[in-house]
Design a protein around this ligand. Structure first.
Ligand code: NAD
Length: 295
């Protein structure tokens, strides 16, 4: 298949490489020439521009930082909706506001294009291993067209509902993840302040009603688990600034649809403080440090 892949960053590059290694013709475009060179090493082709990348594509996949980049790339005067050929399926895998996803899909539909929002979970490790989870919004017939390609990049592919629903699921999931990480950190710190061994405390809570993924699989307290960011100075993993972005999307979306997310808003403020203290690049489990007792 002829695929255009635009946005070859930490996530997009390994996803595009997996498509190229599976034998597809991938024309990639990124603002960084180095990223395009890495795609070429995996058998893809570096395009001179986004317009050139999409010119022959049967499917366009985008993996960009945020809503404004996606809107500019699709809706701009020189954008994808102007240059893609008819019958091309458009798939945006970026994490963006559900409202932005619906706006771009509606503009695409006006020009005769079908579009899916297909944000992912699984991080850069999942992107490299081809084991991402896709949360897809749009028509199920379009998802079936995209499925063989999504299966080369991920192992769980969910149809969430109509346009924007993939982004809604992603926003809800990551808001809950952020809240759970803050809550787990707080509970562990309370136990430690009482003299508890955090490993014992974690083991007991993991078999009790406080159990959750951040406690059982991604424990934020250094030394409790091997092979998690907490046990390597919070390096790697899912960054504080990415969690801050996703919590911001949750709060913005709640305002847009009239929902209340008091804990989501509080988690966003705590991650904001933590980021402004210089921790934006650390893994998001480093929020545990925010609850450290005074020296
Ligand atoms: P990144 O910053 O590493 O990559 C984004 C890429 O887009 C960059 O290489 C940048 O040069 C490129 N770009 C920006 N504007 C462009 C344009 N107009 N044309 C071409 N290229 C352009 O970000 P990432 O970590 O790859 O994340 C991408 C998306 O995936 C984000 O929405 C993020 O929230 C989401 N996400 C990231 C992770 C993660 O662990 N990194 C996990 C799940 C979802």
């Amino acid at each position: 298949m002829n695929i255009a892949f635009i946005g070859l960053g930490n996530m997009g590059l390994p996803m595009a490489q997996n498509l190229a290694r599976a034998g597809h013709r991938v024309a990639g475009f990124d603002l960084s020439a180095a990223q395009m060179a890495s795609l070429a090493e995996a058998g893809g082709k570096a395009a001179a521009s986004a317009a050139a990348a999409v010119a022959d594509a049967e499917i366009v996949i985008t993996m960009l930082p945020a809503s404004r980049h996606v809107e500019a790339l699709y809706l701009g005067e020189d954008g994808i909706l102007v240059h893609a050929r008819q019958n091309t399926l458009l798939v945006d895998c970026s994490t963006i506001a559900p409202e932005a996803a619906r706006k771009v899909a509606a503009a695409a539909a006006k020009r005769g294009f079908d579009m899916l929002d297909a944000p992912v979970s699984g991080g850069t490790g999942g992107a490299q291993a081809g084991t991402l989870t896709f949360m897809v919004g749009g028509a199920s017939s379009d998802l079936e067209r995209a499925r063989p390609l999504l299966e080369k990049m991920g192992k769980n592919i969910f149809h969430a509902g109509p346009s924007g629903a993939g982004q809604t699921v992603k926003v809800c999931n990551n808001m809950l993840l952020g809240i759970l990480m803050v809550g787990t950190s707080e509970a562990l710190r309370l136990g430690i302040a009482n003299g508890m061994d955090p490993t014992v405390l974690s083991e007991v809570m993991a078999k009790s009603s406080g159990r959750n993924w951040t406690l059982e699989v991604y424990n934020p307290c250094p030394g409790v688990m091997d092979n998690v960011p907490a046990s390597r100075d919070y390096a790697g993993g899912f960054g504080v600034d990415l969690m801050l972005k996703d919590l911001g999307l949750a709060v913005e979306n709640a305002l847009a649809v009239g929902a209340n997310v008091p804990f989501g808003g509080l988690a966003r403020s705590l991650y904001d403080l933590h980021s402004k203290a210089g921790n934006g690049q650390l893994d998001f489990s480093s929020i545990f440090q925010l609850f450290a007792p005074k020296a």
